[in-house]
Write a protein that binds this ligand. Structure first.
Ligand SMILES: Nc1ncnc2c1ncn2[C@@H]1O[C@H](COP(=O)(O)OP(=O)(O)O)[C@@H](O)[C@H]1O
Ligand SMILES: [Mg+2]
Length: 426
């Protein structure tokens, strides 16, 4: 049984690529922790540092309460499963699964028993005498999983173990992995870029982007109440509306989110009012999921955006409407591109290189202040379509005027850097 603690863990690859940037994270004993993020965000790098396959540039790694930065991989009591589940081609399934125990010089009778027991749990007991080359992708991945589990390590590390499988097999194995790992109660760090996998498997999800931890919480917390605009957008099943607004308090009567052509007011009695008022006069980003917007009749009394339907899009189980409303939408705020750090490192000399990278990190430059209606040259502002979920039967037609009701209780407010303003209710 083991905890994993990452304390300011950073990885800079030779050449200055900042792949993991000061990550603080703790996996509890027996926890199933998922690292989620887009390709290239540093997930595998982080996992390989935990396994001891990659050197930690700075920061500390603690395994089961022991400082493990310099511990050789074989002394870490971890088992790792990779995407391609590399097996020994000339050994049978039985031989592959037994291998870690044979190396540990375990009692052969015990090895036999353990392999049979585990192969049944993994539904590969029929294949024990076959070679990996004769197995399906799903079966091979089960063998790889079995080989990792057989030794009962203190920690499982899994790097996209399902991503080479077809969709049906993925769903099936997802449930099996979940049941198996939970029954063993072994702490697990599981890497994936697949939101559904993360939401279905995890006790908690750590979301990364460009080497930076964006959010950490239970699936319900990070989905319903994301801490950053990046998390909100990455976990949104439909494209998230990220709208530019300025916070105002006209005559101190209420808080107004001024979107330019449209406004939403928030009364002082609203529990979010105080924190929002800290941003008066500033530009913020308002996140709205398409299902927080809906066509409403003229009698609707809540907040409304007006516009014109530009297009309708059929998604099988629902329609989405793209509504021109004149509101500025913005791109998802992201940490600086690590390639910039690599360039800074190249420009700096020898031992000062790390310091040069560090200089870039604090006080990351915010997006420039932007007045509504101003032409955007930066490319962070996009066309101003509101995406509205219409359900199974569209009430609008392309080209028609649209009256879009807003569920103001579900607004998510972010700074221009993407940090949540209205506090997540965790
Ligand atoms: N050995 C290496 N040398 C230099 N850069 C690397 C090396 N390994 C990975 N990277 C870079 O670090 C970034 C993070 O990689 P990785 O951890 O594999 O991301 P992920 O697993 O999230 O897709 C990527 O941009 C990748 O190109
Ligand atoms: Mg990877």
């Amino acid at each position: 049984m083991s905890t994993v603690v990452l304390d300011n863990v950073t990885k800079v690859y030779p050449g200055g690529y900042l792949a993991v940037d000061r990550i603080n994270l703790r996996a509890e004993n027996g926890e199933f922790l998922v690292l989620l993020g887009p390709s290239g965000c540093g997930k595998s790098t982080l996992l390989r540092m935990i396994a001891g396959l990659e050197e930690i540039t700075s920061g500390d790694l603690w395994l089961g309460g022991t400082l493990a930065n310099d511990l050789p991989p074989r002394d870490r009591d971890v088992a790792m499963v990779f995407q391609n589940g590399a097996l020994y081609p000339h050994r049978t399934v039985r031989g592959n699964m037994a291998f870690p125990l044979e190396i540990a010089k375990a009692d052969p009778a015990l090895v036999r028993e353990r392999v049979i027991e585990l192969s049944k749990a993994l539904h590969i007991d029929e294949t024990l005498d076959r070679r990996p080359g004769t197995l399906s992708g799903g079966q091979r991945q089960r063998v790889a999983m079995g080989r990792a589990i057989v030794r009962q390590p203190s920690l499982f590390l899994m790097d996209e173990p399902l991503s080479n499988l077809d969709a049906g097999m993925r769903t099936e194995m997802r449930m099996e992995i979940s049941a198996l790992v939970r029954s063993l109660g072994v702490t697990t760090v599981y890497v994936t870029h697949d939101q559904v996998e993360a939401l279905t498997l995890a006790d908690r999800i750590a979301i990364m982007n460009r080497g930076v931890l964006q959010d950490l919480g239970t699936p319900g917390q990070v989905y319903n109440d994301p801490a950053t605009a990046f998390t909100a957008a990455f976990l949104s099943s439909q494209q998230l509306n990220l709208l530019s607004a300025v916070v105002k308090t006209p005559q101190n009567q209420f808080i107004m989110l001024d979107f330019g052509p449209h406004q939403i007011t928030i009364p002082w009695t609203d529990p979010r009012a105080y924190v929002i008022s800290q941003h008066v006069g500033r530009q913020i980003i308002v996140g709205l999921r398409p299902d927080c917007l809906a066509p409403v009749p003229e009698t609707f009394e809540g907040p409304v955006f007006f516009g014109r339907v530009r297009a309708l899009e059929y998604h099988g189980h629902e329609w989405l409407a793209y509504v021109e409303s004149g509101i500025q939408s913005v791109a998802v705020p992201e940490p600086p591109d690590p390639r910039e750090n690599a360039r800074a490192m190249a420009a700096a000399s020898g031992g000062r290189a790390m310091a040069a990278i560090r200089k870039l990190l604090p006080g990351r430059p915010a997006e420039p202040e932007i007045e509504h209606g101003q032409e955007q040259a930066s490319g962070t502002h996009r066309r101003a379509d509101l995406i509205v979920r219409l359900g199974a039967r569209p009430v609008w037609r392309a080209g028609e005027p649209a009256r879009v009701g807003v569920d103001a209780s579900r607004l998510m407010l972010f700074t221009v850097d993407g940090a949540r303003i209205d506090p997540p209710r965790r």
